[in-house]
Design a protein around this ligand. Structure first.
Ligand code: ADP
Length: 159
């Protein structure tokens, strides 16, 4: 049986931290669906289509990774994709409270879907999309944190 996982998030935009988690997940699963969320309370800098397009470009070389957008309940989306695992990244203890809440709710909604947490390489533990956006807005060099396509998209936004 093929093991399929979904890795949901806002990906606003995708960073090397996200890509590191995808790389690890695709070593464990036959297919990993990077699920870009349309509904977000975060008021994203990149719109839904841009977030999907950037993630697809960044992950194009990883044959086991596939990028899809979703706007329904995550556990419903996972079921539609025949996935029984949700992947989330854990950077620091500060992530834990929110992630614990999310995983507990998803378990209540769908007891058959398991959430698995993966840790990124140490160099990415401080990295977030929001910090990358802030540094880019102030014209700081973000080239070491994101793929060249994301670098171009971000610098284009703050010309
Ligand atoms: P969300 O709005 O759902 O938190 P994000 O795009 O911010 O969406 O993050 C998606 C997932 O990726 C979350 O589990 C988050 O903890 C994880 N993540 C984000 N940045 C990193 C990083 N640098 N290293 C590891 N995991 C990360």
């Amino acid at each position: 049986m093929r093991k399929i996982a979904v890795y949901p998030g806002t990906f606003d935009p995708i960073t090397h931290g996200h890509s590191d988690i995808v790389r690890r997940a695709t070593q464990l699963f036959d297919r990993v669906i990077i699920a870009v969320s349309e509904n977000t309370h975060k008021n994203p800098a990149f719109d839904f289509k841009e977030r999907i397009a950037l993630a697809a470009e960044v992950l194009a070389d990883n044959k086991r990774a596939q990028v899809k957008g979703f706007s329904n309940l995550l556990v419903d989306f996972a079921r539609e994709q025949n996935a029984d695992t949700i992947i989330r990244g854990l950077r620091a203890v500060s992530d834990l409270e929110y992630e614990f809440q999310l995983a507990s709710m998803n378990r209540k909604l769908s007891p058959n879907i398991e959430t698995i947490f993966l840790m990124p390489d140490e160099q990415y533990t401080y990295l977030s999309s929001s910090i990358v956006r802030q540094v880019a807005a102030l014209k700081g060099d973000i080239s070491g944190f994101v793929h060249p396509s994301v670098f171009i998209a971000l610098t284009g936004k703050h010309r």
